[in-house]
Design a binder for this molecule. Structure first.
Ligand code: SF4
Length: 354
């Protein structure tokens, strides 16, 4: 009899996804054993990414002041969450954090801007920042900045932007439970505009927002259909004052199963452990390095995450390796290991309270 876990792994190596029913079972069926599932998901991960871990650093460059009502986000117009709202940071501050991220060994620096989407003027300003960072630092760049048209995408593509993040977040069927000011279709349109203009789309989901298992499966297949090469997996961080609160479904095991399912459906994509990895995966966080090949350090938009130092320790302890960037490699070789100055550490941490 064929080992069903081995069969899943072999299908993933042929870029064949499990069926939606099989995916639902991977999430829900207690008869599916966790460790063989993790090993099955590791097979395509190892094939495409070896034991390398890409580290991403996020800079929340503009906080709050958003007209949208995404109920999971502390920056939404109706949220009562206590955050310090600020307009877009100055260019020098954004550049200093890019340098700190590069020194910290990050593969990619992600600039997040709150709001429905940039104006053309703002897109041009971001394009100037992109050009400067690409000139100065050996780091890939991503912007997370809302809905984009072809006109905006072209401005950013011409500046050399590598990626733009715009998460689907949940299934089309569940979308109006989490947001009413824009639609799921708007989000797909943005991903398609990015692809038409030669920018890699980064798009993922948030698990734990009251959705059903098949909604999670549906997003995984939609990301496969769109051939999204970069998938951040968020686990809802319930923030007091937001409209979407935790639904109680997230155990560390369910989160880990969701990461494995995502890898088996999208075998060649970068799969990134994002918001909520620390609080929801908890002690199973290290096991998620087997299906996922990337993670964020230091924190997210308005919440803090594990620091660079302890995250790197976890990666090394598990026998994986930080992929880094050329600048990081020089620093690492010179110092005999990773170093980060106190000022740099402060630069990389998000602000979490008003
Ligand atoms: S997710 Fe983005 S668009 Fe939605 S409320 Fe938050 S900042 Fe605004």
């Amino acid at each position: 009899m064929t080992d069903p876990y081995l069969e899943l792994a072999e299908r993933a190596l042929r870029n064949e996804a499990p069926t939606p029913d099989e995916c639902a079972a991977l999430l829900d069926d207690p008869g599916v054993e966790l460790l063989p599932l993790v090993q099955a998901a590791f097979v395509p991960r190892r094939h495409h990414f070896g034991r390398k871990v890409m580290v991403h650093v996020l800079n929340n460059a503009q906080n709050g002041l958003c007209p949208e009502d995404c109920g999971y986000c502390a920056q939404n117009k109706d949220s009562q969450a206590e955050i310090r709202k600020y307009p877009m940071k100055g260019d020098e501050e954004i550049l200093a954090a890019a340098e700190a991220a590069a020194k910290a060994g990050a593969s990619r620096y992600c600039i997040a801007i709150s709001g429905r989407g940039p104006t053309v003027q703002r897109a041009r300003q971001l394009a100037t920042i992109v050009r400067t960072i690409k000139d100065r630092y050996p780091i890939e760049l991503c912007i997370s900045g809302g809905l984009l048209s072809d006109e905006h995408a072209k401005i950013l593509a011409d500046a050399g932007l590598d990626r733009f993040n715009h998460n689907l977040n949940t299934s089309e069927a569940h979308y109006d439970k989490i947001c009413t000011t824009h639609t799921y279709r708007d989000r797909i349109d943005t991903l398609e505009a990015l692809k038409r203009n030669g920018i890699e789309p980064c798009s993922g989901l948030i698990v734990g927002m009251g959705e059903q298992t098949l909604d999670v499966v549906d997003v995984a297949f939609e990301l496969r259909r769109l051939e999204v090469p970069s998938i951040p997996m968020n686990f809802l961080i319930p923030i007091e004052g937001n409209q979407v609160v935790g639904d109680g479904s997230l155990t560390p095991e369910r989160c880990l199963r969701a990461v494995c399912m995502m890898r088996l459906v999208n075998p060649t994509a970068e799969i990134r452990l994002a918001g909520g990895r620390e609080g929801h995966l908890r002690s199973l966080g290290v096991l998620a390095l087997w299906p996922a090949n990337s993670l964020f350090v230091e924190g997210y938009l308005t919440t803090r995450g594990d620091a660079v130092r302890e995250t790197y320790q976890m990666i090394h302890d598990a026998g994986f390796e930080v992929e880094g960037n050329p600048l990081y490699a020089r620093e690492r070789d010179r110092n005999g290991g990773f170093r980060l100055g106190n000022d740099d550490e402060a630069l990389l941490r998000p602000e979490v309270r008003r």
